[in-house]
Write a new protein. Structure first.
Length: 255
């Protein structure tokens, strides 16, 4: 949407220098929650990412990846990008028209503030195809330059793109490596009580899961199998979340 601005708002123009790290860290935490949700509901994707990590880093799960190692993990990069594409923590960006122009047949006068819907842009079937709303990391191996440049706006674009993007991506990848090499995740949240695989989202300044992301971790053994996590009084680490109608949906782990 667009509207003419009477005065340049100051809230979006903080004085420099400003550290981007607190903002990037908040977005990274939300992005990791979304990525964990997608991996829990797409176990084949999680297994493929885990196999790539093992191929690059070896069997020792204590090995810490270097930047060179991350460059050799294209599937992990695709997993993170696809999660950011389908569920971006920053759901919108603002731009001020520097000159009179026409966008999709709509006249936009100079000085007009424009709100760009990141979710709509990144799930546009005209760019990503009929399955644009689906989580499918493999699409990044065939994505053309137009899709990458126009259809992915998770960190903004151009000279006003996020200065902490590389930091946030690196932080998220290292965290996913540490988690996926040790745990497999199963969905355990209220949204999945009826067999759903999506999340209830809420949008404020950022977009996040309304009820959080609830998963049941299973510790991976060296042989490749899984064992249940330590039993807790509730059976689920952290306790069962409330259902959408206020009732508990957690179930105690079997002995």
């Amino acid at each position: 949407m667009a509207r003419a601005a009477r005065a340049r708002p100051q809230v979006f123009s903080p004085p420099l220098p400003v550290s981007p790290l607190p903002f990037c860290t908040t977005h990274s935490a939300t992005a990791l929650g979304f990525a964990t949700h997608h991996l829990a509901t797409h176990p084949a994707v999680a297994a493929a990412a885990r196999a790539e990590m093992t191929a690059v880093l070896g069997p020792d799960t204590a090995t810490v990846a270097t930047m060179a190692d991350l460059a050799r993990m294209p599937f992990l990069d695709a997993v993170l990008k696809e999660s950011l594409r389908v569920t971006p923590p920053a759901p919108m960006t603002l731009r001020l028209a520097g000159e009179d122009q026409t966008v999709c047949g709509l006249a936009v006068p100079k000085g007009t503030w424009m709100q760009v819907d990141t979710v709509a842009v990144q799930t546009d079937p005209a760019v990503w195809g009929p399955d644009a709303a689906d989580f499918r990391p493999e699409r990044w191996f065939t994505a053309d330059d137009k899709a990458r440049a126009v259809g992915f706006n998770a960190f903004g674009a151009g000279t006003l793109s996020c200065v902490g993007a590389r930091f946030a991506e690196t932080e998220a990848k290292l965290t996913l490596i540490a988690l996926l090499r040790r745990f497999a995740f199963e969905p355990a949240g209220p949204e999945w009580a009826d067999g759903r695989v999506d999340l209830d989202l809420e949008t404020r300044l950022t977009m996040g899961p309304r009820h959080g992301v609830w998963v049941r971790p299973r510790l991976l053994e060296a042989e490749g199998g899984c064992v249940p996590p330590p039993r807790t009084p509730t059976g689920v680490l952290g306790g069962p979340p409330p259902s959408l109608d206020g009732e508990s949906v957690g179930t105690a782990a079997s002995d």
